[in-house]
Design a binder for this molecule. Structure first.
Ligand SMILES: C[S@@+](CC[C@H](N)C(=O)[O-])C[C@H]1O[C@@H](n2cnc3c(N)ncnc32)[C@H](O)[C@@H]1O
Length: 211
């Protein structure tokens, strides 16, 4: 952080808050560093988005039980007085809804780059201290494969009816998902063909075109 930026920020924030901001940026930069086991890649799969999105991809083989400390997130409960911000369409925040406290939290940090799959290969892992979460690998992931978490059972509408993950697509189609070779081949095709197939997938899931 340059002196001038520090000077300007110190006008608005206490020393304690400034140290938090500094730590946050340092951690965020580590995510993009080679040692973080993952990288960010461009993604244009989801048909309900006007913009090209991103995905998180493994840069090395990841094994069950591994915790990725640089793929971190910080959640902050949104006080009722600030809930109006969430309705403002200019902002696209990642929100977490905790069933335990029935609170809505804003999720900050690189963890919010991870896409959802109903049969994920990773999960959120609370660090136990403060409001930081990391990613724990729950299925072995090969180098180059995408990381997925399950946001919740109802994030994409009731029972995730609008979810566009590969698991939902295979479940809702007549593809023989119980034959591993065919499903692997199919998933590769989805990734290679990109947006056009995603469009078909989305409409099929919504029952707008016949299978
Ligand atoms: C936490 S962000 C993940 C990063 C996102 N791909 C991006 O580029 O910002 C969540 C957003 O990604 C998209 N997304 C992720 N998983 C999805 C899924 N299974 N089906 C449909 N959209 C998904 C949705 O637009 C969702 O609101």
């Amino acid at each position: 952080m340059s002196m001038i930026t520090k000077y300007k920020l110190s006008y608005y924030f206490s020393v304690n808050k400034l140290n938090h901001i500094k730590l946050y940026f340092q951690l965020h930069l580590k995510f993009f560093h080679g040692s973080s086991n993952v990288k960010l890649a461009k993604y244009s799969k989801y048909a309900n988005n006007d913009y090209d999105g991103v995905k998180v991809v493994a840069t090395e083989n990841l094994v069950v039980g591994q915790v990725l400390k640089y793929v971190f997130g910080i959640y902050k409960i949104i006080p009722p007085s600030e809930k109006y911000i969430m309705d403002d369409k200019r902002f696209n925040f990642s929100l977490l809804y905790t069933t335990q406290n029935q609170d809505t939290s804003i999720l900050l940090g690189p963890i919010a780059y991870i896409n959802h799959d109903c049969s994920p290969n990773s999960e959120f892992k609370s660090s136990g201290k403060s409001s930081t979460i990391n990613i724990k690998i729950i299925k072995n992931i090969k180098q180059g494969e995408e990381l997925f978490v399950k946001y919740s059972g109802n994030y994409f509408g009731e029972d995730n009816i609008d979810c566009q993950c590969d698991t939902c697509f295979i479940k809702n189609s007549n593809l023989p998902s119980n034959k591993p070779d065919e499903s692997i081949g199919f998933q590769t095709a989805v990734i290679e063909q990109g947006n056009e197939l995603a469009q078909v997938k989305y409409l099929m899931n919504k029952g707008k075109i016949n299978r």
